[in-house]
Write a protein that binds this ligand. Structure first.
Ligand SMILES: Cc1ncc(COP(=O)(O)O)c(C=O)c1O
Length: 463
């Protein structure tokens, strides 16, 4: 990727000697490999100092991704960061632990036969989603060829609020994306909308458990019911993949009776991000197929494993193995009850912020933490001379990173702010944030006129 560089950092040199004088280390090229070596302390200090400008990860309320793990996990991370997940022969025990995690997830997601599932860890949910989409596409092609039908124009159906990964999948793997419009009243994939979009070329439908923009759980069971009816009427058998990037580690603990997973037999596969509510540092994703048949054999590659063959499927070859061990650490450390308590604490803090924001009388709370532990709000208060981008900017002065962004296609006229309550966003931090929101509103209300726009609102917000 190439980037345009602006500001003072366009200087072609980085000044060395960040703290005390160091002999013969003055300046080094910014955009070229330096000719010579430097002391490790100096290299460390340069990068360490530059990172001051990054936000504080714990105050990053935009992210779903883990920003804190306990010291024992960090110790395990340090002990294991040299392990390459693909070296199953060299690190058989890491491979064994990955298998154990897949089994745990198959069970957590109620696979009828947790021993008969197929799955893998991935670098994140994006890779997992690509694999799910590929399995759909290949399965559809095989069935169409066997029936002597054309494989020219595959399509895939989801709501217009899907995460950007599905747009990428459709683009990279040449499948027509069919976005079912969402509305303000029903900001999720509806059975009617889905039925209007599917046809014999639909490789699959993707409901999201925990829509990125508003945390909504799309109605997997109702969508499956509508597809069952369609099959009874027309013979078309269209599978579901649930993108449970965030919800896959929340719903099983907080809404165990919600049937969104392999209890719904039309659900072929599920992905989740270990690095989101799986509570592991980035990057780790998971995908599980309920049955081996759902994953065409041709997509599986065999690598040597303890003198035998280990089936693998992934877009990348090498990738870190440590995160898989951290996932297993959390499974051992927390168990079901521990995960439930962590998620419940996040939900309690979300519900608290939602209720307090509503009391301010300035905002319309759109997501109040009922599904995912996240809160979104908007404002239609036309009297004020500021907008949510101004509020977001003002909160930045105290280090809070609370994004404002337009909702996705079909309802882009609505701008929202969002706070994701992940582990570590405590009730205490929430109260401090709330105090700062109140103070920021008072400041903005007192401005004699609107502030000039310093930054264009983002075109889209994907995380
Ligand atoms: C619903 C959904 N799917 C997929 C992704 C992509 O996940 P990852 O960042 O783990 O690649 C995200 C990320 O926010 C998401 O919210």
């Amino acid at each position: 990727m190439s980037h345009e560089h602006r500001g003072a950092s366009t200087s072609d040199e980085i000044c060395v000697n960040p703290l005390f004088a160091r002999r013969s280390e003055h300046a080094i090229p910014r955009w070229r490999l330096p000719d010579d070596e430097m002391l490790p302390e100096t290299a460390y200090q340069i990068i360490h100092d530059e990172l001051f400008l990054d936000g504080n990860a714990r105050q990053n309320f935009a992210t779903f991704v883990t920003t804190w793990m306990e010291p024992e996990a960090t110790q395990l991370y340090v002990e294991a960061f040299d392990k390459n997940m693909i070296d199953k022969d060299e690190y058989p025990q890491t491979a064994e632990i990955e298998e154990r995690c897949i089994h745990v997830l198959s069970d957590l997601w109620n696979a009828p036969d947790p021993h008969g599932t197929m799955g893998t860890s991935t670098i994140g949910s994006s890779e997992a989603c690509m694999l799910a989409g590929l399995a759909f596409k290949r399965r559809w092609q095989l069935a169409r060829r066997a029936a002597g039908k054309s494989t020219e124009s595959p399509n895939i159906v989801f709501s217009s609020a899907v995460q950007v990964v599905w747009e990428k999948f459709a683009n990279y793997f040449e499948v027509e994306p069919r976005y079912v419009p969402i509305t303000n009243d029903r900001p999720y994939l509806t059975p009617e909308g889905m039925l209007a979009a599917v046809d014999e070329n639909t490789i699959g439908v993707v409901p999201v458990l925990g829509v990125t923009y508003n945390g909504v759980y799309e109605p997997v069971k109702e969508l499956a019911g509508a597809l069952d009816d369609l099959e009874a009427r027309t013979g078309l058998d269209i599978p579901l993949h649930v993108d449970a990037a965030s919800g896959g580690f929340v719903a099983p603990f907080l809404d165990p009776d919600l049937e969104w997973d392999f209890r719904v037999s039309r659900v072929h596969s599920i992905n989740a991000s270990g690095h989101k509510f799986g509570l592991v540092y980035p990057g780790l994703g998971w995908i599980v197929w309920a049955k081996r048949d759902y994953l065409p054999e041709e997509l599986i590659f065999n690598v040597s494993y303890l003198g035998g063959n280990m089936p693998t499927l992934a877009l990348n070859f090498s990738r870190p193995g440590a995160q898989v061990l951290l996932q297993y650490y959390n499974f051992l450390r927390l168990g079901r009850e521990g995960y439930r308590r962590v998620m419940q604490a996040s939900k309690n803090a979300a519900r608290y912020l939602a209720a307090e924001l509503a009391k301010l009388g300035r905002f319309d709370v759109l997501s109040d933490g009922s599904d995912m532990p996240l809160v979104t709000w908007t404002t239609d208060d036309r009297e004020r001379a500021w907008d949510l981008y101004d509020l977001s900017g003002k909160l930045r002065e105290r280090g809070w990173q609370v994004p404002a962004y337009p909702m996705p296609a079909d309802i882009t006229d609505v701008t929202v702010m969002r706070v994701v309550f992940r582990n570590g966003v405590s009730m205490d931090l929430t109260r401090m944030l709330l105090d700062d929101i109140v103070a920021a509103i008072a400041f903005l209300d007192a401005l004699p006129a609107a502030r000039p726009d310093t930054v264009d609102p983002p075109i889209a917000f994907h995380h």
